[in-house]
Design a protein around this ligand. Structure first.
Ligand code: UGA
Length: 352
C-alpha cells in the first residue's frame, strides 16, 4: 500500500488533454499533482498552485522521474507524438515516443505499485473490416474487447503509430497478468476543445489535426483542404466529457482496474467534408463581420497533403456501453456545441 493515496503524476501535463485534466483535478479534488512535460506553456495558471509541482523534463529522463513515481499513487500517461502527419515522416521517433519511452514508465509503475492510467488511441482499431472486405458482417461499432485490429501493409507507415500503441497496450496487459500491474487503458476518439494543437507558422510547425487545419484556413483566409475528398468519418468528443471519463476512472479504482475504455461520442459522427461546411457556417456565426469572405473548400490527394505512406482510417465509431455501465459515464456535448466552444477558443487565442 502506498503511503500517500493522493498523489497523482500526469506525464504530459502541458499538452491539450493534460492541461484540462490538471485543471479539473486541482479544482475538484484535494490531490497533489506532479506534472511532467517539456514545457509549461498551456498550464501557466496552475504553476504556482500549492498542490502542484512541475518537472520540466523528457520521459526518458528516468533518473529525475523515478523519485516522483515512487511517491505517486496514480500515474496518468499522456505523452505521445500523436499527429498523423508525423507517422509516415518521422516514423522512428513516433515508435520511440509511443512505445520505447513509455514502456519504461510501465515498468517503473509496476515496480512501485502505482496505478497506471494510460492514454492509448482509437487508432489501434485501424480501418474498418468493410474497407477491405465489403461483404463483412462484422458490426462497424468498435468494441474494446471484441473488435479485431485492421491496419495496413508495412510500407504504409501511417500504421506505425497504431502499431506502437497496440504493442504498448499488449505489454501493459501482460504486466497486469504476469506482474499484477494495476492499470486502465483509455482509447480517445478525436477529442476537441480549447488548447488543442497549433496553427502552423504561429505556434508550431507542420500539419496539425483537422480542427486546427480548418481553423487556420478560416482565420487566415486559406483554402480548407479535403484529403481524398473528405469522405472519411470521425466522431468528435468534447474535452470536458473526456475529462469526466478520466475522473470517473480515477474514482472507480477497483471497477476500472485492468479495463480498456473507449472514450468517444458516437452521436457526433460526421464526414470531414460535412465538417468543413459546418465549420464555415459556424465561423460566419461567430465572426459575422467576416461574412463577406468566400471560403474555398478544395479536394487534395493524401499523397500531396501527407506524402508517401499515408493511409486513412475510414470510419471509427466507439461502442461506449462499457464506460456507461462500469463508470456511469456518457458524453453530453453535441457536435455543434463542441465545435462552437473549440472554435471560439481558437478565435480568442489567435485573434481570428
Ligand atoms: C488522429 C490520431 O492519429 C489519433 O490517434 C487520435 O486519436 C486522433 O487524431 C484524435 O484526435 O483523437 P485522425 O482522426 O486521422 O487521427 O486525425 P486528423 O488529423 O484530425 O484527421 C481527421 C481526418 O481529416 C482525416 O481523414 C484527414 O485525412 C482529414 N483531414 C485532415 C483533412 O481532410 N483536411 C485537413 O486539413 C486535415
Amino acid at each position: 500500500m502506498k503511503e500517500s493515496q493522493n498523489i497523482i503524476t500526469i506525464i504530459g501535463c502541458s499538452g491539450f488533454i493534460g492541461s484540462h485534466l490538471l485543471e479539473r483535478i486541482l479544482n475538484t479534488t484535494k490531490a497533489f499533482v506532479y506534472g511532467i512535460d517539456l514545457n509549461s506553456k498551456k498550464i501557466q495558471p496552475f504553476i504556482s498552485n500549492s498542490r502542484f509541482e512541475f518537472l520540466k523534463t523528457d520521459i526518458s529522463d528516468i533518473k529525475s522521474i523515478k523519485p516522483v513515481l515512487q511517491k505517486s499513487s496514480i500515474v496518468v500517461s499522456l505523452t505521445a507524438l500523436c499527429n498523423p502527419s508525423l507517422y509516415n515522416t518521422v516514423t522512428l521517433k513516433v515508435i520511440e515516443s509511443n512505445y520505447n519511452k513509455p514502456v519504461e514508465i510501465v515498468k517503473l509503475c509496476c515496480e512501485y505499485g502505482c496505478r497506471f492510467i494510460h492514454f492509448s488511441t482509437c487508432e489501434v482499431y485501424g480501418r474498418t473490416v468493410e474497407s477491405y472486405c465489403r461483404e463483412s458482417t462484422l458490426e462497424s461499432v468498435l468494441k474494446e474487447d471484441e473488435t479485431p485490429f485492421v491496419t495496413g501493409p508495412i510500407h504504409m507507415q501511417r500504421w506505425s503509430y497504431s502499431s506502437a500503441k497496440q504493442l504498448l497496450e499488449r505489454t501493459i496487459f501482460a504486466y497486469g497478468v504476469e506482474h499484477a500491474l494495476k492499470y486502465t487503458i483509455v482509447r480517445p476518439f478525436n477529442f476537441i476543445g480549447p488548447r488543442m494543437d497549433f496553427i502552423p507558422g504561429i505556434d508550431g510547425e507542420g500539419i496539425p489535426r483537422v480542427l486546427a487545419c480548418f481553423m487556420d484556413a478560416l482565420i487566415f483566409n486559406k483554402p480548407l483542404f479535403l484529403v481524398d475528398g473528405g469522405k472519411n468519418r470521425r466522431c468528435f468528443t468534447y474535452i470536458d466529457d473526456a475529462v469526466d471519463a478520466v475522473m470517473a476512472i480515477i474514482k472507480n479504482k477497483k471497477i476500472a482496474d485492468k479495463q480498456v475504455f473507449n472514450i468517444g461520442n458516437p452521436d457526433n459522427e460526421i464526414t470531414i467534408e460535412q465538417l468543413a461546411y459546418k465549420m464555415i457556417g459556424l465561423y460566419k456565426e461567430l465572426q459575422p463581420q467576416k461574412t463577406s469572405s468566400l471560403y474555398d473548400v478544395k479536394p487534395i490527394s493524401s499523397l500531396r497533403f501527407y506524402g508517401e505512406g499515408y493511409q486513412d482510417c475510414d470510419r471509427r465509431v466507439p461502442d461506449i456501453s462499457k464506460a456507461q455501465s462500469l463508470l456511469g459515464w456518457v458524453p453530453h456535448t453535441d457536435l455543434d456545441t463542441a465545435l462552437k466552444k473549440t472554435m471560439s477558443a481558437y478565435i480568442e487565442h489567435y485573434n481570428g
